[in-house]
Design a protein around this ligand. Structure first.
Ligand code: AMP
Length: 178
């Protein structure tokens, strides 16, 4: 039996003041630890992209690796990790972005994507949008055909969608205000 996105929303664990004071941390492990929820979160995401011709799913370190890999398998696509500096062993290209305190950098293997690829970018959660917007720029630099953007959870009041060009298709299964 399929679990709806509204029911999945009820199953997300909220942890106040983690990792720092003032953050309401949305814990997706409670979606992954139960077999029926894991199946439904995978199936509900797969349905959004099954007819898009996706050739590669790009997952963001580290929570984006979990559902990203499952979706890649279901879509018959490859899986590509985007990682923090110093983790990928071969030649990389990178993108740096502003965080609340200082800068951060993400990297992808130079040979991971080609111009024929239709890419699904995936992470667990959209907050301010800085991380995924940097991943979007990174993938665009590689000259791929099209890029879709997907999250399990979106924190709508943080308006992370504003970090992307208007024509980018962004989907999230579950929406919280913050
Ligand atoms: P941002 O770049 O602000 O959109 O932050 C997105 C990244 O930070 C994602 O990889 C999330 O896993 C993590 N993150 C940010 N805020 C939260 C939150 N409230 N709960 C869980 N993860 C978060």
């Amino acid at each position: 039996m399929n679990i709806t996105n509204e029911e999945l929303k009820q199953a997300v664990r909220n942890i106040p003041n983690f990792p720092i004071d003032g953050i309401q941390f949305k814990d997706v492990t409670t979606l992954f630890q139960d077999a029926e929820r894991l199946k439904s979160v995978s199936e509900n995401t797969y349905r959004l992209y099954q007819d898009k011709g996706i050739t590669k799913v790009v997952g963001i370190e580290s929570r984006g690796f979990i559902l990203g890999s499952i979706i890649a398998l279901k879509l018959n696509a490859g899986f590509i990790p985007v990682r923090k500096p110093g983790k990928l062993p071969a030649s990389v290209i990178e993108e740096t972005y502003e965080k609340e305190y200082g800068k951060d950098t993400i990297q992808i293997h130079t040979d991971a994507l080609c111009e024929d690829d239709i890419v699904l970018l995936h992470d667990d959660l959209l907050a301010t949008g800085g991380t995924m917007a940097a991943a979007y720029r990174l993938v665009k630099k590689m000259g791929v055909k099209k890029v879709y953007v997907n999250f399990i959870i979106e924190l709508e009041e943080l308006q992370g969608r504003k970090c992307f060009p208007e024509d980018v298709q962004i989907e999230s299964l579950i929406k919280f205000p913050i």
